[in-house]
Design a binder for this molecule. Structure first.
Ligand code: PGA
Length: 255
């Protein structure tokens, strides 16, 4: 992390976990543990938990995000939730293009781009996820995959709009598997993302953008990952469901 240049952000990704009552309980546990955080703290929760999460975080430093959004403002899209709907209820963050959405629910680079556009148009801060499959890493094409995913998603996003974009590098083979990328592997790709931003938007934008790492980040390995110069925070799955673990990661990012 280079806190002089950019913001460190620790975001929980709860995935399909917690009822509204459980969400309130977990947030009530997290709040006192992170109240003095020296980084931004976000919890991204299932749609049905958003209302409870917003109510439980009023007046605190914990921000609330959704895990996805549709690109149209409204219409015949059964089961979907729009960025406009999220904004209307006071949500401020949204995860876009998580690998589970890409793998299980048909999200493509082009739909990710449309979702990102909608998030930005509605004033949300987007956590744009990119990452390679194990086969792609083994084939030696990680850099190309990450560049393509990032470049397509950011198509049409201006330098000003980029201020509302966080990029999360999440190697798919490290998500929920307990296999973390080494600190060097994480930094290498995060740096490649920053270099791409420099190419597309210039050095000032590249210095400013928050690039997280995600994939089995936990209380034990967070410090080493976050010590890397280009790892500006984390997107945390499993460990974000335990208040003490999540708080320990926030503490590691606060140093
Ligand atoms: P994990 O998930 O921390 O459980 O690996 C990270 C993510 O999917 O964002």
């Amino acid at each position: 992390m280079n806190k002089q240049l950019r913001k460190a952000v620790i975001a929980g990704n709860w995935k399909m976990n917690k009822t509204p009552a459980q969400a309130t309980q977990l947030i009530n546990e997290i709040k006192p543990l992170v109240k003095d955080a020296g980084c931004d703290v976000v919890v991204c929760v299932p749609y049905i938990d958003l209302q409870a999460a917003l109510a439980a975080t009023v007046g605190t430093n914990v921000k609330v995000g959704a895990e996805n959004c549709h690109w149209e403002p409204s219409g015949a899209f059964t089961g979907e939730i729009s960025a406009e709907m999220l904004r209307s209820m006071g949500v401020t963050y949204v995860i876009i293009g998580h690998s589970e959405r890409r793998t299980y629910f048909g999200d493509t680079d082009l739909t990710v781009k449309k979702r990102l556009r909608a998030a930005i148009d509605n004033g949300l801060t987007a956590i744009l996820c990119v990452g390679e499959y194990l086969e792609q890493r083994e084939q030696g094409i990680t850099a190309e995959v990450i560049r393509t995913q990032t470049k397509i998603a950011l198509g049409g996003i201006s330098e000003k709009e980029l201020e509302k974009v966080i990029i999360a590098y999440e190697p798919v083979w490290a998500i929920g598997t307990g296999k973390t990328a080494t600190a060097e592997q994480a930094n290498e790709v995060n740096k490649a993302i920053r270099d791409l931003i420099c190419e597309l938007y210039g050095k000032a934008a590249a210095d400013k953008i928050t690039v997280q790492y995600g994939g089995s980040m936990n209380a034990g390995n967070a410090q080493e990952l976050l010590a890397q110069p280009d790892v500006d925070g984390g997107l945390i799955g499993g460990a974000s469901l335990k208040s003490a673990d999540f708080a320990a990661i926030v503490a590691a990012a606060s140093k």
